[in-house]
Design a protein around this ligand. Structure first.
Ligand SMILES: Nc1ncnc2c1ncn2[C@@H]1O[C@H](COP(=O)(O)OP(=O)(O)O)[C@@H](O)[C@H]1O
Ligand SMILES: [Mg+2]
Length: 449
C-alpha cells in the first residue's frame, strides 16, 4: 500500500472545496505531534520557540519509529504541519503567511474560509476536531494573559504582527469554537492605488486630496466591507507631516506614515464590567491632547456628538467613517447617534450643528461585481428650513448598454456644481482644472500638487 499522504499535486480531483488532507495524513500528524509533545515534556502543549531545535530532533526520531515510508515531499509536508501545530497556528499558519489572504475564518474544524481580493472562499485547510481549534485559540490568547471558558466565551486579541483576532466558543457559539482573523496588511492602499484600481478617477482623487489639505471635515459612508477604512486611511495619508494627528479606533487598523501620529484604541470592559474605555471617552480625551486633526475609525454611537462638537470648535480637517447607504442616510445616522448620546436641543439646532461641522460626505460602496468604488461625493450646502441641503458634486454613473452581473462599467462624473468651499481649496496649492467640475469633460491631465 502506498503512503502517499496528500493527493498528488496538480491532480484534477483536487478542488478547493475538497479537503486536501487525507485521514491518513491527519492521523500520522496527530501521532507525531503527540510523540514530540511527550518528548518535550513540561512545556507541551504550548512549547516555547526555544524548544524548536529539540522538537525537530524528536520529530525525526518519532518519524523513524513510526515506520512510515514517505517520499521527500510528503515528509516535508508532514514536518511543517507538525511544527505549525506545535509552534504556529496549526493548519492556518500557511494562510497567515500567504500575502494574498486578507482574512481567515474558521467556522468549524472542516470549514475554513480565506478571503482573497475581497472574496471569501472555502479552503482545503482542516483542523482535526474542535479541540484542535481550541488549542490554536489558546496558543494565541495565552501569551496575552487571556483565556476562554464557558463563562468568558469570547475574546479579542492581536497576533504579534498586528492582525486582529476574535475567538468565540460554546455555549454562545452553538456549533463549536470559531476563529476570525483580520490580517494586518503590511501596506495600506493609498489614493493613487485607489485610482489604479478604478475606485476613483484621478480628478476626484485630486479633489479629495485638496479637501484634506484644505482642512475640510469629511465623513466616509458605506456598508460593511465597502472599503471605508481603506479610504479613510488613504485620505489620512494626505495630511501634511507636521500636523499632529490623533487616531481613535475600536481596533487599530489605520496605518499612517506621518511621524506626528498618536494611535488610540478603545478597550472592552473587563470580565466584571469595569475598565471600559469607549471611543467616546477617547474622543473626549483626544481634545485635551492638542490635536490638529482627529481621525475616528468609525462612529457608531455617542462619539458622533463629540465629533460634531470637536469639528465645530476648531478641530478642522477631522475625518471619520460611518455605516450608511447614501449621503442622506449618513446624515440621519449622525442625527440618531447624536440623539442617542442624550442631547437636549431641538432637531433643527442639531441639524445646524451637523451642517456647519461637516463639509463633505464620500460614499463608498461594494458594487454587484465585487469591486469597491466611490459612488458619491456630496457637499453639505447649508439649510433649507430645517433640512440640510445636500449637493452632489460627483456621482458614479454606469455606462449605457446592457448590464451584466460580472462587471460594472462606468465612471465617477461631475454634476456640474462647484462646491461652496472652493475658496478653502485654493491655498492648498493643488490646481483643480475647471474640467474637474464639468460634466462629461474629458479627463484632464493629472493636477500638480
Ligand atoms: N477600493 C478598493 N479596491 C479594492 N479593494 C479594496 C478597496 N477598498 C477596500 N478594499 C479591500 O476590501 C476589504 C474591506 O475594506 P475595509 O476598508 O476594511 O472596509 P470597511 O471599513 O468598509 O469594512 C479589505 O480587504 C480591503 O483591502
Ligand atoms: Mg472598517
Amino acid at each position: 500500500m502506498s503512503h502517499a499522504i496528500t493527493p498528488a499535486v496538480g491532480s484534477d480531483s483536487v478542488s478547493p472545496t475538497v479537503p486536501a488532507v487525507s485521514e491518513e495524513h491527519r492521523r500520522a500528524k496527530r501521532a507525531l505531534v503527540q510523540a514530540v509533545e511527550k518528548s518535550l515534556g513540561a512545556s507541551a502543549p504550548h512549547p516555547k520557540e526555544a524548544d524548536r531545535p529539540a522538537a525537530e530532533q524528536h520529530f525525526v526520531q518519532a518519524l523513524a519509529a513510526s515506520g512510515l515510508n514517505l517520499g521527500d515531499a510528503a515528509r516535508e509536508e508532514l514536518f511543517s504541519d507538525v511544527m505549525n501545530d506545535l509552534f504556529g497556528l496549526g493548519p492556518i499558519q500557511a494562510l497567515l503567511e500567504d500575502p494574498s489572504v486578507t482574512e481567515i475564518m474558521v467556522n468549524r474544524p472542516d470549514r475554513v474560509y480565506a478571503e482573497r481580493a475581497g472574496k471569501p472562499t472555502r479552503t482545503t485547510v482542516t483542523f482535526d476536531d474542535d479541540a484542535h481549534v481550541l488549542r490554536i485559540i489558546e496558543r494565541i490568547l495565552l501569551p496575552l494573559g487571556k483565556r476562554l471558558d464557558p463563562n468568558n466565551p469570547l475574546a479579542d486579541a492581536r497576533l504579534p504582527d498586528g492582525s486582529r483576532v476574535n475567538a468565540i466558543i460554546p455555549p454562545v457559539a452553538i456549533a463549536g469554537p470559531c476563529l476570525t482573523i483580520r490580517k494586518f496588511s503590511k501596506s495600506r492602499l493609498g489614493l493613487d492605488d485607489l485610482v489604479k484600481f478604478g475606485s476613483v478617477t484621478p480628478a476626484v482623487a485630486d479633489f479629495l486630496r485638496a479637501c484634506v489639505l484644505g482642512k475640510l471635515n469629511i465623513v466616509v459612508a458605506g456598508g460593511t466591507g465597502s472599503g471605508k477604512t481603506t479610504l479613510l486611511n488613504a485620505l489620512s495619508g494626505c495630511i501634511p507631516d507636521h500636523e499632529r494627528v490623533v487616531t481613535i479606533e475600536d481596533a487599530a487598523e489605520l496605518k499612517l506614515h506621518q511621524d506626528h501620529v498618536i494611535t488610540l484604541e478603545a478597550k472592552r470592559p473587563n470580565a466584571d464590567g469595569s475598565g471600559e474605555v469607549s471611543i467616546r471617552d477617547l474622543v473626549r480625551n483626544a481634545l485635551r491632547m492638542r490635536p490638529e486633526r482627529i481621525v475616528v475609525g468609525e462612529c457608531r454611537g455617542g462619539e458622533a456628538l463629540d465629533m460634531l462638537q470637536a469639528m465645530n470648535t476648531g478641530h478642522d480637517g477631522s475625518l471619520t467613517t460611518l455605516h450608511a447607504n447614501s449621503p442622506r442616510d449618513a446624515i440621519s445616522r449622525i442625527e440618531t447617534m447624536a440623539l442617542m448620546a442624550g442631547i437636549d436641543f431641538p432637531i433643527r439646532a442639531l441639524r445646524e450643528q451637523i451642517g456647519s461641522a461637516i463639509q463633505v460626505i464620500v460614499q463608498q460602496a461594494r458594487l454587484r461585481d465585487g469591486s469597491r468604488k466611490i459612488t458619491n461625493v456630496t457637499e453639505l450646502a447649508g439649510m433649507e428650513g430645517d433640512k440640510i441641503v445636500l449637493q452632489e458634486l460627483f456621482k458614479f454613473k454606469e455606462a449605457p448598454g446592457p448590464t451584466t452581473a460580472d462587471k460594472v462599467v462606468g465612471s465617477l462624473q461631475a454634476s456640474g456644481l462647484r462646491p461652496q468651499f472652493m475658496a478653502k481649496l485654493e491655498p492648498t496649492g493643488i490646481r483643480l482644472p475647471p474640467s474637474t467640475f464639468t460634466p462629461g469633460a474629458p479627463q484632464a491631465p493629472r493636477a500638480a500638487a
